[in-house]
Design a protein around this ligand. Structure first.
Ligand code: ZN
Length: 220
């Protein structure tokens, strides 16, 4: 963005935005907001996430668009476009471990003056939401709202790491004994019930053992 030294009005406080002026002058703003600034969003981030305070970038743009009014004339009406991009860690509902979810919001709002006006607004366009503007509009709050709305219904990995295989092959001790012969000591100890120890980070040996044990035809 170009800087105009004599125009400090270029600075925008996203917590106190004059949304009507923003739209009327077709202004643009951009910034970064962290999860730690969004308490409701932070609630969704599991405690054991590698990074609980990821950052979202946002861009906002105001505009006036002609709109048919009640009296049949066309009048310019205020609009806001808001884009948000960034990751947050959520808890996978399948394996219960944290995973990184990407958020990509691109929303357009018709800005109205009052709650009553918002309720009466004819929603004939699905792509446009209605928001009640103000002279001290909290854009960060709107960003949080949009992120919450974008939360997946069931947060989960595309493919869960390591866990789903052992669940679906029904781990049992007997198969483990067979696997031990194939895979060696590590697999043997894992199947004996000591595999939970963090100092033994080799779950794949166990999985391989289960697979060859389960199929029954790969023993030598
Ligand atoms: Zn998962």
């Amino acid at each position: 963005m170009t800087q105009h030294p004599g125009k400090p009005a270029g600075l925008v406080d996203p917590r106190e935005l004059d949304l009507f002026e923003f739209a009327r002058s077709g202004r643009q703003a951009a910034g970064t907001v962290r999860v730690s600034q969004l308490p409701r969003m932070l609630n969704e981030v599991p405690k054991e996430a590698p990074d609980r305070d990821t950052a979202f970038t946002w861009q906002a743009e105001g505009a006036m668009q002609p709109e048919l009014q009640d009296d049949g004339t066309e009048g310019p009406q205020p609009y806001l476009r808001l884009a948000i991009h960034g990751p947050a860690w959520l808890e996978c509902q399948r394996c219960l471990s944290p995973y990184e979810q990407a958020f990509n919001v691109d929303a357009t709002y018709r800005i109205v003056k009052t709650e009553e006006e918002a309720e009466e607004f004819p929603l004939d366009e699905d792509e446009v939401d209605v928001i009640v503007g103000s002279r001290q509009f909290d854009l960060v709050d709107l960003i949080e709202e949009e992120l919450l709305l974008s939360l997946p219904l069931v947060p989960k990995h595309d493919v869960c790491p390591e866990v789903h295989e052992s669940l679906s092959s029904g781990a049992s001790g007997q198969e483990g004994e067979d696997a031990a012969k194939v895979e060696g000591e590590d697999a043997a100890k894992g199947e004996a019930g000591e595999g939970e120890e963090p100092k033994r980070p080799n779950p794949f040996a166990v999985l391989e053992g289960l697979k060859s044990g389960g199929s029954g035809g790969k023993k030598h």
